[in-house]
Design a protein around this ligand. Structure first.
Ligand code: 5AD
Ligand code: SF4
Length: 499
């Protein structure tokens, strides 16, 4: 009987991709993938720690699974991902029937770790003795990436290009859970994307906590790091007159890049993927504003395959808050970058993350965020209520914005963003957009995405699922465009404004 694994994923796209790699490793070892918990011998939760709510969901879910284990003691339960790293032994304390806790940097150890769980079971160690805890690596060993893979079927594939985060935003647990920034070799990424294009994927989404840090720490020890790169970034736009550059744990002495000519960075990767692979659409996430600059915007403008879309989390429109958050830029410097991007890439879509209720946020700070959102007019925005994360700098500060105020500010920004999105979408009525057709939705219509990442629904045959088709926009709702196919499959973007 093959053993079956059930894996549930919480959190970001990086976690979704990690889960695919995990299933790749385990299926290569002979595991089957169970569709239901009841059919599984091993149940793993790949968890998130970014806000307290994400952790509580995973704790709640695992609590229920412990019930299942009481009925089936041979069941193996594991907590993986960011919460494993952030909570460590606390997981075993709250969930004593969990067998395995393994952090994001231990992902490639999983087959061994599961073998260790089995061996301890065989030795009949009492439950706490059977616990396996693996959370101590500071860096994911990218050179141990297994060749086996397992991907969600569809038209789009995730490709992790870097891992970890060297920034120290005051609120953020991610640098603690994901460890230092490391980059996958350019040739390896190129080969993977080419392989995906050959396998029929039309789009790749390049993933990293801060993709603009790509080029730092390749597995062979090469790659830029250190003060030279920071000076270069400051020269390329920096963060504005009164912004201290973000704290960067990688500014270690002696880590100068070997020479500007050999610098492989994110814009260079985009250009290489555009020139050397057959993939038709390239997206990427996430970009820290400090590390996003002219060279990136030029690459976006020049590369046919790179979609006109940028997720550039601003977090706040108040310089006072940005300073407290240690973001390393002012609102004006951020907006100057956006103006430059819009000049180079007409009609570029923008999305953002915003935190409301950060410690010390006054009505005036909040109004500055409202004003920034009114000026930038994002296409979409993720709004979060501040949640103190133990171990971060801000967790030591008083969480002084009352819950009701956080809620009110959250609601106000959601409403503002909904109005802006409705107005922006309405302006697309009558235009033609290029749609990558993804699926048939529950209402029986085809559904896909424009290059700007807007959802478009329209009537059409199954045969065009997976194709790029031109669609005439007939109507717009608050979130979606409704269209009609205007011609057979096309090759290139028709969505850019006429020059
Ligand atoms: N509380 C609320 N939101 C947070 N984020 C990160 N940490 C916190 C926190 N402690 C948000 C940021 C980030 C997004 C992924 O989650 O906006 O960009
Ligand atoms: Fe957190 Fe900042 Fe890193 Fe984003 S860039 S993951 S907000 S520390």
């Amino acid at each position: 009987m093959p053993r079956a694994v059930y894996l549930q994923t919480y959190g970001c796209q990086m976690n979704e991709r990690d889960s695919e790699e995990i299933l790749g490793m385990l299926t290569a070892q002979g595991y089957a993938v169970a569709e239901r918990e009841a059919d599984a011998d091993v149940i793993l939760l790949n968890t998130c720690s970014v806000r307290a709510h994400a952790e509580e969901r995973a704790f709640g879910k695992m609590g229920a699974l412990q019930q299942l284990k009481r009925e089936r003691p041979e069941l193996v339960l594991g907590i993986l991902g960011c919460m494993a790293k952030a909570q460590r032994e606390e997981v075993f304390r709250r969930l004593p029937l969990v067998d395995l806790v393994a952090g994001p940097a231990e992902i490639y150890d999983l087959p061994d770790l599961l073998a260790r769980v089995a061996e301890r079971r065989q030795r009949d160690l009492p439950d706490p003795g059977a616990h396996v805890l693996a959370v101590d690596r500071a860096v994911r060993p990218l050179d141990r990436r297994p060749p086996a893979d397992y991907r969600a079927r569809g038209v789009s594939a995730f490709v992790t290009i870097m891992e970890g985060c060297d920034k120290r935003c005051a609120y953020c647990i991610v640098p603690t859970t994901r460890g230092q920034e490391v980059s996958r070799p350019l040739e390896e990424v190129l080969e993977e994307v080419q392989r995906l294009a050959r396998a029929g994927y039309r789009q790749v989404v390049l993933l990293g906590q801060n993709v603009n840090a790509y080029g730092k720490r390749f597995p062979d020890g090469s790659g830029w790091r250190g003060p030279a790169r920071r000076r270069q970034l400051l020269a390329l736009g920096g963060g504005g007159p009164d912004a201290a550059p973000p704290v960067d744990v990688a500014s270690e002495a002696g880590g100068e890049a070997a020479g500007a000519a050999r610098l492989v960075d994110f814009p260079a990767l985009l250009r290489a993927l555009d020139a050397k692979t057959a993939i038709e659409r390239i997206r990427f996430t996430t970009s820290h504003p400090f590390d996003a600059h002219e060279e990136l915007f030029r690459a976006m403008a020049d590369c046919r395959a790179v979609c006109e879309f940028l997720h550039l989390p601003v977090q706040s429109g108040s310089d006072r808050m940005l300073r407290a958050m240690r973001r390393g830029y002012t609102a004006a410097a951020y907006e100057a970058k956006i103006a430059r991007l819009r000049a180079l890439v007409p009609d570029v879509a923008l999305s953002t993350d915003i935190i409301v209720g950060f410690p010390g946020e006054t009505d005036a700070d909040f109004e500055a965020t409202v004003a920034l959102m009114e000026r930038v007019r994002y296409d979409s925005a993720f709004i979060f209520k501040y949640s103190p994360r133990p171990g971060t700098e801000a967790a030591g500060w008083v969480d002084d914005v009352p819950r009701a105020v956080k809620e009110r500010r959250n609601q106000a920004l959601l409403e503002l963003q909904a109005r802006i999105a409705r107005e922006t979408l309405a302006a697309w009525v009558g235009r033609e957009v290029e749609v990558l057709v993804e699926e048939r939705n529950r209402r029986g219509q085809l559904s896909g995405k424009t290059r700007r990442n807007t959802t478009v629904v329209f009537d059409g045959p199954d045969a065009i699922i997976g194709a790029l088709v031109p669609v005439r926009v007939a109507r717009a709702t608050g979130t979606t465009l409704i269209g009609e196919v205007s011609a057979p499959v096309i090759e290139s973007s028709s969505e850019r404004s006429p020059a």
